[in-house]
Design a protein. Sequence first.
Lengths: 234, 283
Amino acid sequence: MRKHRTSHRSIGGKNFVILPIIFCVLIIGISTAIVYPSTSSFISMAKLFFSDGEKDFSTRYNNIFVPVEEDEDEGKEQTTEERKVIPMSTMKFPSYGDQFGELIIEDCQIEARLFFNDGANELNNGVGMYTGSSIPGYGKTILVAGHNNTFFNGLKYAKKGQKVKIRTSYGNYVYEINDIQIRDENDESACNLKADYENLVMYTCYPFDELGLTPQRCFVYAKFISGPALDKKN
Amino acid sequence: MSDSGKKFNIKSLIYGFLSFMLGFVLFLLSICLVLRLTFFSQDFMLDSMANTGYYEMVKDELCDKLKNLGHASGLPDEFFDDFVDDIDIVEVERNYVSAFYTDVSTLVDTDTFKQELMDAINVYIDEKNIDKEKAKEENLGYFIDEASSIYVKSVTVSFFSILANYINKLDSPLRMTEIGLGAAALIIAAIIFFTNRYVHRRYRYLTYGLGGGFLSVIVIPIVVFASGIIPKVNLTTRSLYNLFVGYFNSMFMYFWIFSAILLFLAVLCFFVYRTKYLKAIGD
């Protein structure tokens, strides 16, 4: 019995677990201490390539557009004082890629979803607002792009005096086309994003219905007619 | 403590240290072998591409991007469905990947792509009887250049050109390191084996070293999978994302395999030790 107890204890069962664990801790510790100083900058840089969650590659878009009823005086030219004011805190500001409204030019047979961003996915599904410009009601320039063979093909029928409607969840806006210009694609003066008055600029590739990529752009300018103003302070 | 007791403790410490060194060397050797079988292997890259459906996804993405370009260029979606179908993406990708591992130019050949696209457009113009005025040469040239640029971006793998530099420069040093570590592991194991008078002790110290190596190797995939970092990588396309996730999952599979090998050897040594030890005390 004594012999059996002794032999069982000295087989060293615990050592076969404890020693490998100690070795593992030492190996990982030493390796980290050796490798980390020379790779810490690389590790910090690598962290930039990872986000908090898994990336969503779906091409579906979020639609936050809920039409609101038309005002009685919609389309009647309004001065700044006559405009209804909406606190910005009461509206839902769109995120990148959201459909937040629709753009309609009845005379040009254009009726397109309006997106917040003008990337490939947005322009496949409608027309897109350049996010460096402003949303309707903000009192600045709204720059909207569309493909000339799809949603903005109708801009070839654009004429001065035609009405452009933009419907959003927080109000309906009307603009009137007051100029059409053909500009070079690199002409930065074609659109004044710093304007301190509300105006709409729509553009697409030009000439229309041509095969291939064209270096010119058709810019359609429209002045503000009616629609609520956004109160930036509230 | 008696002299024999002190001697026994010093001997235990020395053999304990040798076991630790064996574990460390096996850990480093496992990492080197995993790198050899994955990061430094052209076949592993090509297998990852095939297993993650990379070729099909690249083809779909290229088609979608060209269709987007077509929306601004007057070409219908069907035109690109037919055109992209004829491109041998597998061949293009294989040549591209091979170039990295053989240290030749990794530039993607766009001449064939441009010529085939031009031919397809000419056929389309003839079929649709499109007026020459509506298909100006400069506009088509601009379109083909843009399409070619999209093609190059679609078939190239981001950051691969940077990694290729390391693959080519580190190949020989890695081989030397593998040989060195392999030799070191054998020497340490031989010292443990041939300098111990008792057979069971030989296997005991080998078990410690193999056990330590096993735990150290298995910690790597456990930490990576537990952190869930791999699926959170921020890559621009689904094809690259799937390739990255598939590539690293397969890479960490090799860590599991090497740890399983070390565990098997450790368990084997333990049972040999136990048998020899019980036999020794029985005698």
